[in-house]
Design a protein around this ligand. Sequence first.
Ligand code: FAD
Length: 375
Amino acid sequence: MTPGDGGIAVIGAGPAGCAAAIALARAGRRVLLLERQAEPRESVCGEFLGADAAAALAALGLDPATLGGVPLRRARVGWRGRDAAFALPFPAWGLPRRVLDGALREAAVAAGTELRAGAAVRGAVPGPGGWQLRLAEGAVTARQVVLATGKQALRGHPRAGAPAGALGIKLHLAGIAPGDAVTLLPFAGGYAGLQPLPGGGANLCAVWHGAPGEAARDPVAFLARVAAGSALGARLLEGARPVWDRPLAVAAVPYGFRQPAGGPAGLYRAGDQAAVIPSFTGEGIALALHSGLTAAAAILAGEEAEAFHAAWRRRSAGPMRWAGLGARLLRQAPALFVRGAGLGAAARLMARRTRIGSAPPSAWSAVWSMDDGPA
Ligand SMILES: Cc1cc2nc3c(=O)[nH]c(=O)nc-3n(C[C@H](O)[C@H](O)[C@H](O)COP(=O)(O)OP(=O)(O)OC[C@H]3O[C@@H](n4cnc5c(N)ncnc54)[C@H](O)[C@@H]3O)c2cc1C
């Protein structure tokens, strides 16, 4: 990209970056999508997709069921000897991140995005004609930047005021059949989500607030810690075999972070760079997809980054608050959480409140078909 050509650089090909890239490319903008990983791969994630994520994916031409997602119909939770379950108030699926991220990358390329995979961005500074991005293989200039690096901060662009982080740990399991439910399993030090994988087996993913010790490295220790939290966990995990030699882990996840209104001109933060919703009580992928789409709509409408950040902060406030409350209960009062889950209607209301909500796919296609900006 050369200065003044109207090109947009999107940094990070996760859900947020791909959603933004697809929308901008469909509107005829020149988009360069820079991703440091050469191939899509598993990342630390519970892999739960709800209706809002599905609506955003539909706008992008993707469908969790067609991608092989396992339908989830119930949520259940266990703590010590008690457990409870309720019917999910919206459709949901379990889909491995490698599959989801791979489909999103392909859709971005099909929409006309130039994808440079294996290209880590090392810095971004404002300069003549827009932003100068530093890569190992040279510099790139773009008029605007969508910053969608997810869990990792780009050098020089920390998440201001981000709270102290939790640890995320994930492990795929064989020899276990968790049925059509997403199961929440609080244990000493954190809580985990367990749900089925396409083709059999399960994904076990945990949020850890204390020191995990061996559990961060040793799959057997990880399973033992989660199973010790509840009779339900012990029952479900009995006979489970780790598929990987060691769990995947990510440190310092700043749950509750929301990008303050403001920020430099021309740099739009999306996904986990804009807000980090507590896992299992909220849905980070749905927020990432919707914020990517909304950032693209802001760019197409000529809205400044500052205004976009302020609007996204307002829009995400409700789900962040409710998901934060749910996560606090899971951590600090799991017995109360189980009791609440047993009151079906209250649990379903809470589950709805934590969602970002979604515009119909036709509303998004109107956004990219009306643009007459530089090609
Ligand atoms: C323990 C845990 C469980 C979770 N469970 C769920 C769940 O069940 N359901 C759900 O909806 N959400 C869940 N989430 C949240 C979800 O994973 C994130 O919110 C979501 O992935 C954010 O998408 P993103 O596009 O912002 O970032 P990411 O998915 O992290 O993607 C960012 C991309 O940017 C790339 N990148 C980073 N730095 C650079 C760089 N310098 N140059 C180029 N590329 C770069 C990365 O390689 C990556 O591909 C969970 C999170 C955790 C920690």
